[in-house]
Design a protein around this ligand. Structure first.
Ligand SMILES: [Zn+2]
Length: 616
């Protein structure tokens, strides 16, 4: 995804050698995939908007790996189970005994099924809780039309278990099919093959023929229209947003082709995107065949489409080659951040890619300055590491990318690009650990070219704090050119009007990052008067302007800032803005009042993050 949730927990793990590859025990799951693995899932569910529940059954097809195994342990969270059945060899269903363990605040509830034998199929009849963390049920007032309700899921990292009882670990991959009933007039979409011509009569049917990990299970239900963008790309959105979304995403087909030229065929059939209502808490979620995208990326000028490149990049890094447990998160997000910059470069050119890269690295260094040393490594060595001492989730994006970029710069693209493509090809549809990558890195690159990176430096990248001193920083001449203007403007020697009538979004983001906590209130007000930054459609620029304005004590920004906080539910923006307001005694009461109005519009994850921030 683009901006991570805080993982509820992120304990370390032990490694067990299992057949050829290392099968990681996932400390965030109760499943025992070394004994029995789900190979396929079928969902038959009815969406009940009045009660905010999904009800029906999940059918798991099982591969029993251990001869003596007689039980099946599944992950659940707040599910009400009514019946569990197994299918006999003669096709008949018989009831199974089961127990639901006491809830654990992080992991949910273990569902222990006494399988009495090794049945090929098990059916679990259940319904979800109205407050299932993966599902957000929106009232009509929370949608664009204001007429019909909406529901969407966010399963990553460990919330799939709150809407489906399953082995909720990325080390297990399965195919799936589904039949979903929904109220008339609403369309259901899933992270699967979607038929734009379907009507939903007798239920909406889906098929996902490629095996996926559970965190990529996704569903959304609402008043949705579909619009094709290219031969295999399209967009789904609320009717009022479909035109602007299609315009914003016009380059999608080109992006898929560019990514394929770099990293091999797109293996998921269609690439469609769903634009969610504003309460979608993150930038995007790489749900295969149907990426979920925040509406805040519709800037009106295509200036934020690198977010699409990010979600598309996950079709290789993450969805195709998947971290086997969340400890190895950088294999998903660090790789994706690197691949994103390569797609952006291929479509929008070197200058743009370099601007983005410099910003990304500067923001990584700023983030590092706020993190304790033990949260700065890509990976923790200690298998017993608790969540208190875990690699920062956000840092894994730019630091992982910086590591790959360093290898690329030293090896050259002629060597590095086939190397990376080979990683995706040789590990396609597998769940992998950092040890798998290090093995591949040695056998396919470093054994032949040991001068590219010493063992000590590789260790430093994986386990060390900060960014290794040998790493090169990206320098964009266009961003460097801003430095002199910024310094002169801060000193009052350059008129505001001479700043940046032709600056692009990256240039504004760089400028606003650098004047934050430096500019006076008068300067911020002048910036807004000349460039109207408080009502830009680019949410990244708007966010940085509001942050600088709050820090400068500019209360004139309150009306547009309030509208922004009421309109936007993306954690990346709202959490730091409330934090900045709350840190200033003169803004505290105002921030609380805005939050009281806005809270109901936010996703539960966003609510929890803001609650935590305001309680500090
Ligand atoms: Zn991502």
């Amino acid at each position: 995804m683009t901006i991570p949730f805080l993982l509820r927990a992120a304990a370390g793990l032990a490694l067990i050698q299992c057949s050829a590859s290392a099968l990681a025990l996932d400390p965030l799951s109760y499943a025992h995939p070394e004994q029995v693995k789900t190979s396929a899932l079928h969902l038959d569910l009815k969406a009940d908007f009045a009660h905010k529940i999904l009800a029906g059954y999940a059918e798991l097809s099982l591969d029993w790996l251990e001869r003596g195994a007689r039980s099946l342990d599944l992950d659940t969270r707040s599910l009400a189970i009514s019946k569990i059945e197994a299918q006999d060899a003669d096709g008949r269903w018989r009831k199974l005994a089961y127990t639901l363990a006491a809830p654990d605040p992080e992991k949910g509830q273990a569902l222990h099924v006494a399988a009495s034998g090794q049945p090929g199929k098990v059916r679990i009849w259940y319904h979800t809780a109205p407050n299932a963390p993966a599902l957000q049920w929106l009232t009509p007032a929370q949608t664009m039309s204001g007429k019909r309700p909406f529901m969407f899921s966010q399963s990553e990292t460990i919330d799939a278990r709150s809407w489906v009882p399953l082995q909720d670990t990325p080390s297990v991959r399965f195919t799936y099919t589904a039949r979903i009933e929904a109220p008339r007039g609403l369309r259901v979409v899933m992270s699967a093959e979607n038929d734009p011509a379907a009507t939903g009569k007798d239920g909406w049917r889906f098929s996902m023929p490629q095996p996926i990990p559970s965190y990529l299970l996704a569903i959304a239900i609402g008043e949705l229209q579909a619009k094709p963008l290219g031969a295999r790309t399209g967009v789904y959105a609320e009717p009022q947003r479909i035109q602007s979304a299609a315009w914003e995403f016009a380059d999608t087909e080109k992006m898929v082709a560019a990514a394929e030229r770099l990293y091999g065929p797109y293996r998921w059939g269609r690439y469609d995107m769903l634009v969610l209502p504003p309460s979608f808490p993150i930038g995007g979620m790489e749900n295969p065949r149907m990426n979920f995208i925040t509406p805040t990326m519709i800037a009106g000028d295509r200036s934020l489409v690198d977010l699409i490149a990010h979600e598309l990049a996950h079709s290789w890094s993450g969805n195709l080659v998947t971290n086997a447990s969340w400890k190895h998160w950088w294999l998903n997000e660090g790789f994706t951040t690197y691949v994103t910059s390569r797609i952006v470069e291929a479509i929008y050119g070197e200058d743009t890619a370099l601007e983005n890269l410099q910003l990304e690295q500067e923001e990584a260094l700023a983030l590092l300055a706020t993190l304790p040393k033990e949260k700065q490594a890509l990976l923790t060595r200690d298998p017993d590491t608790s969540s208190e001492h875990y690699t920062d989730q956000e840092l894994a994006y730019p630091k992982g990318a910086w590591f790959l970029r360093t290898l690329e710069q030293r090896a050259g693209r002629a060597l590095f690009d086939p190397f990376l493509r080979g990683w995706f090809d040789s590990h396609a549809f597998q769940s992998v650990t950092t040890a798998d990558f290090v093995r591949y890195l040695r056998s396919s690159l470093l054994d032949q070219h040991p001068e590219l990176m010493t063992d000590a430096e590789l260790d430093d990248w994986l386990y060390g704090a900060g960014i290794p001193a040998s790493a090169r920083r990206a320098v964009s001449p266009r961003l460097t050119a801003l430095d002199a203007s910024r310094a002169a403007w801060l000193k009052g020697e350059l008129p505001t009007a001479d700043l940046g009538p032709d600056w692009n979004a990256a240039e504004w983001m760089k400028f606003l990052n650098d004047v934050d906590q430096q500019a006076t209130r008068a300067q911020i007000e002048d910036l807004d008067r000349v460039f109207h930054l408080s009502d830009t459609g680019n949410s990244e620029v708007a966010f940085r302007f509001y942050r600088a304005a709050v820090h400068a004590g500019d209360q004139a920004v309150r009306p547009p800032l309030e509208a922004f906080l009421l309109r936007v539910g993306r954690q990346k923006f709202v959490v730091p803005l409330y934090a900045a307001l709350h840190a200033r005694p003169e803004d505290k009461a105002w921030a609380d009042a805005v939050y009281r109005k806005a809270r109901a519009h936010y996703h539960p994850e966003t609510q929890a993050s803001v609650d935590r921030e305001l309680a500090r």
